[in-house]
Design a protein around this ligand. Structure first.
Ligand SMILES: Nc1ncnc2c1ncn2[C@@H]1O[C@H](COP(=O)(O)OP(=O)(O)OP(=O)(O)O)[C@@H](O)[C@H]1O
Ligand SMILES: [Mg+2]
Length: 241
């Protein structure tokens, strides 16, 4: 579904992402881990049109080159993300927030009625329907993160990119979120590419893990393989694993 070849992004003299290659398949949950500053968010930004990667980078989504496309055009193709710092419209209601995903995320033009239907479906799926009329700014962080997920779901993604969606949540909230993400794959056939520092969250659900260190891909494998990888333990996992 997604094929990334020689992804490179520099900031002045700093090579933030250093010729990284990987693929993500259908109905797959792939974790992206690595120390602070490893280049994880920059990698997401370079795939989703937020940043322009260096010449030579190839990013193909469903066989189409998407490197030169803008974020909204990429989202319309079905590649949708959430942000490390939650970005919801605080002054809108929960339902209105989800409607922005339903109306603007999708390829074909969507009628108001159809968008409402998708928004209700997304809120039901995520478990946030009882909050639909609340002003978003009043929600606790866990529900704001669920809302981001619901809004992304309402735009009918095929591949969801999640940037540290579990950070700041309690273990119980993380377990619930992880279960929702697994259901997105199993029941909706959505692939997930997930940056996360919280190992309990990502290791339990990911089919495969990619480890980034100083912009380079250090390792790739099943969660068990990554836990046992000496280089990964030295660079990152340490006593966290
Ligand atoms: N817009 C920018 N301009 C200059 N340097 C940047 C910019 N964005 C990121 N960087 C630098 O690129 C490197 C990678 O940053 P990035 O945010 O991608 O790391 P990360 O793996 O997401 O880290 P974290 O786990 O802390 O979120 C860091 O050295 C960072 O300071
Ligand atoms: Mg980051």
């Amino acid at each position: 579904m997604l094929a990334v070849t020689d992804l490179r992004k520099e900031f002045g003299g700093l090579v933030a992402v250093d010729d990284v290659n990987f693929e993500i398949g259908d109905e797959e949950i792939v974790g992206l881990i690595g120390p602070n500053g490893a280049g994880k968010t920059t990698l997401f930004n370079s795939i989703t049109g937020v940043l322009e990667p260096e010449d030579g980078t190839r990013v193909e989504f469903d066989g189409t080159d998407i490197v030169a496309l803008e974020t909204h055009a990429i989202a319309r193709k079905g590649l949708v993300r959430t942000f490390q710092i939650v970005r919801v419209f605080d002054e809108m209601t929960v339902f209105e927030n989800v409607m922005t995903g339903a109306l603007f995320g999708n390829e074909e033009s969507v009628s108001e009625r159809e968008a409402e239907e998708r928004s209700r479906d997304a809120l039901e799926f995520i478990g946030l329907m009882d909050k639909k009329d609340m002003t978003t700014g009043n929600l606790p962080i866990a529900q704001k993160k669920q809302l981001e997920l619901a809004r992304a779901l309402a735009s009918k993604p095929r591949l969801l990119l999640l940037d540290e969606i579990a950070s700041g949540l309690t273990p119980g909230e993380i377990a619930e979120l992880t279960d929702t993400i697994r259901r997105l794959r199993d029941e909706r056939g959505i692939s997930v590419f997930w940056i996360e520092h919280i190992m309990d969250a990502i290791m339990g659900v990911a089919d495969r893990i990619i480890v980034l260190n100083s912009g380079r891909k250090l390792a790739e494998g099943t969660p068990d393989e990554i836990r046992d990888n000496k280089e990964v333990i030295e660079a990152y996992l340490g006593d966290e694993a």
